[in-house]
Design a protein around this ligand. Sequence first.
Ligand code: ZN
Length: 150
Amino acid sequence: MAVRNIRTLGDDILRKKSRVVKRIDKRIITILEDMAETMYSTGNGAGLAAPQVGLLKRLVVIDMGDGLMKLINPEILETEGTQKVTEGCLSVPGKWGKLERPRKVKVKALNEEGKEFIITGEGDLAKCLCHEIDHLNGILFIDRVTEYVK
Ligand code: ZN
């Protein structure tokens, strides 16, 4: 496993759309492990998407304190309600802003065995899932911010 460099604002790759992962091979498994290690190495990241480490693949890792989740080709199926949230991003260091997210989301993804699973996230988990899936579409939280906190 290896800690990878986190790309930051200004790097074009953050604005590109990631590609669907068609084959879950050893390389994909390693990338997911590296992404988790990279996220933990920052000490304050709850999620990381592959473009943030320079790879245009639809891969996300999340750990909201309840264990590591690895998502391959995550897709939002349904959203419910709205919530006002404050967000930051490892790719936009030092900036925090307020924005609106769905209160609840239902997400479909594949696990490392290629099996489909569904997560229903509320509150902070919904926020995090939306933030990371946005990354896969070249969207950053600053695109949605209504007011900066700092
Ligand atoms: Zn981010």
